[in-house]
Design a protein. Structure first.
Length: 554
């Protein structure tokens, strides 16, 4: 109940309590804020929203923060689909706990390329004095620290982190914790923390155990012991026994928002397949490599690793003969080939060396010049990436590289160069993880991964909250190659480029997509059988999506 007092009574009361100046605006604002707090919203509301003038969160982000704080007690897996702002949700939770006085010391562990991005967002959007870890003294110097997970797991940093308690620990790209035997998982498990947030759009990629390991970090025993989990929830290595029951078990620890259910008004996607005809020399090289791969597959079928290496070689030919030359040279140098194999590989190397032109590279230069705006070009291979950079520079196009292996400072520098000076960012898969590039709306998939969610991660760098323009995606497809099969299946059968496929990645998926594709390509006798098997795979994925959507509705 609100109490009112007369004007004279207020003046007398103020004078009696220390003779404070009655006309002080500061005094008025303090009294006003005190009154607000005394009649404040229920504890179910977020107090931090009133002190965040630079942030207008979406409803799903606010609801997620409320749910994590009030229902999940600060220990949660934030698993929204790509581009829905999981970082904002984590920031809201951190800020709310700080406003309530429940969190003072917080540690945020992220990939090296995201350290400065997280630090800037916490400072600029949430008013949190966060600092980037730079040396071994940082661990004890700041209350809110953002650090690389890879750095933190190594001594002396690991020892420093484990020696002190944290009120809140946040781990971004938390799918890197999928294996409980790794140093990453063990570090997070050993850190002293009251609250824990794991952030990832893809908590399951290849194995149901990955999900179990993540949940076990948050709430040990939530899914039982490993034996119980397998018995109750695992049908095969990559599919649940009862998706509805598993979702129910996860509801106490996981929040997953989907684009179709959110109030975010995303810009349109426009996807286009760019078919390419290999030159005579490129076709001769591809056919020779394909023949070699099939012969070796039949001979080495028991060795999965060697077969994967051969398939990589075949895919590299679709990328650039320059990339394949590096692999062929490596095979010769390692000296593990039989004399006859060495002769074949040497012949393939000479064929690659003799290719006079590069169909894909010529096309990408043509497209970039026509677009005349910023473009992200994704490739699977570093050798192709380096060669693309050289060829673009020769054409007068300013481009920069982004890939794993770069130190944090260099990754941030490359991102800033792309935004301010360069027209093109040539990225390997590391560029498809975590970074925000909404200032760009053009994506060229020079090479495509086989996993649809990896493609979605790429597109999600530009097609996300904050993008104001339509997003254009161009997917290269070399005719009559392994690449054409993959592009056709993703484009026509799964239709994943113009609609987000969020159902493929979590608790749903049939088998590992990439392994299914590999089997179809290697075990088929001809092109017709390959197409039949890939069609069957596409239909199975569609059925899985449908059944899981129905499960969600239930």
């Amino acid at each position: 109940m609100t109490h009112y007092i007369e004007h004279d009574d207020l003046l007398n009361a103020l004078k009696e309590r220390g003779g404070l100046p009655v006309g002080s605006f500061e005094l008025f604002m303090l009294a006003y804020e005190a009154e607000l707090r005394s009649i404040h919203h229920s504890m179910d509301d977020l107090s931090c929203l009133s002190v965040l003038p630079n942030l207008i969160p979406f409803p799903h982000q606010i609801e997620t923060a409320k749910r994590v704080i009030h229902e999940l007690h600060g220990r949660a897996l934030l698993a929204d689909e790509v581009g829905l702002g999981k970082t904002i949700e984590a920031g809201l939770i951190l800020k709310e706990y700080m406003v309530r006085g429940l969190v003072q010391k917080a540690l945020i562990l992220v990939p090296a390329s995201l350290v400065l991005q997280w630090t800037r967002e916490l400072n600029e959007k949430f008013g949190v004095r966060a600092f980037a870890q730079r040396n071994e003294w940082s661990w004890t110097s700041y209350d809110v620290l953002v650090a690389s997970l890879d750095t933190t797991k190594r001594d002396p940093h690991r020892t420093a982190v484990l020696s002190q308690p944290y009120d809140l620990l946040i781990v971004d790209e938390a799918h890197k914790l999928k294996n409980s035997r790794t140093r990453n998982w063990q570090l997070i498990n050993e850190i002293q923390k009251k609250y824990l947030l794991l952030v990832t759009a893809t908590p399951v990629q290849n194995d149901m155990k990955e999900l179990y390991n993540l949940i076990n970090l948050l709430r040990p025993g939530q899914l039982g012991n490993p034996k119980d989990f397998t018995k109750e929830h695992v049908s095969t290595k990559r599919s649940p026994k009862n998706p509805v029951a598993l979702r129910h078990a996860l509801s106490d620890v996981m929040v997953r928002n989907r684009r179709v259910e959110s109030a975010v008004d995303f810009t349109e996607r426009h996807a286009k397949t760019v078919p390419l005809e290999l030159s005579i020399e490129e076709r001769e090289l591809y056919n020779a490599v394909t023949s070699f791969v099939r012969e070796e597959f039949l001979r080495r079928k028991e060795s999965k690793r060697s077969v994967l290496a051969l398939i990589t070689l075949q895919r590299e030919i679709c990328s650039s003969s320059y990339a394949a030359m590096g692999t062929l040279e490596g095979m010769l140098k390692r000296g593990r080939l039989t004399p006859s194999e060495a002769v074949r590989v040497q012949e393939l190397y000479h064929l690659a060396e003799a290719v006079p032109g590069y169909t894909k590279i010529s096309k990408v230069i043509e497209l970039i010049q026509a677009i005349n705006d910023k473009v992200i070009v994704f490739t699977e291979y570093r050798a192709t990436q380096d060669f693309l950079l050289y060829m673009l520079q020769q054409s007068g196009i300013k481009a920069v590289l982004f890939r794993g292996g770069y130190k944090r400072g260099k990754k941030d520098w490359m991102k800033d160069l792309f935004e301010r000076r360069a027209q093109v960012l040539i990225a390997t898969e590391a560029g498809g993880e975590g970074i925000n590039l909404q200032f760009c709306n053009q994506v060229i998939n020079y090479d495509l991964p086989w996993n649809p969610m990896r493609v979605e991660q790429r597109i999600g760098r530009v097609h996300r909250v904050g993008q104001t323009r339509p997003v254009y995606i161009q997917n290269f497809s070399t005719k009559g190659t392994i690449e054409e099969h993959i592009v056709r299946m993703l484009q026509d059968k799964i239709q994943m480029f113009e609609q987000v496929i969020g159902e493929l990645d979590v608790i749903l998926g049939p088998r590992a997509f990439e392994e299914d594709v590999l089997e179809a390509l290697l075990e088929s006798r001809d092109e017709t059988e390959i197409q039949v098997r890939l069609n069957v795979l596409s239909k199975r994925v569609k059925r899985t999506n449908l059944s899981n959507q129905q499960g969600t509705a239930t």
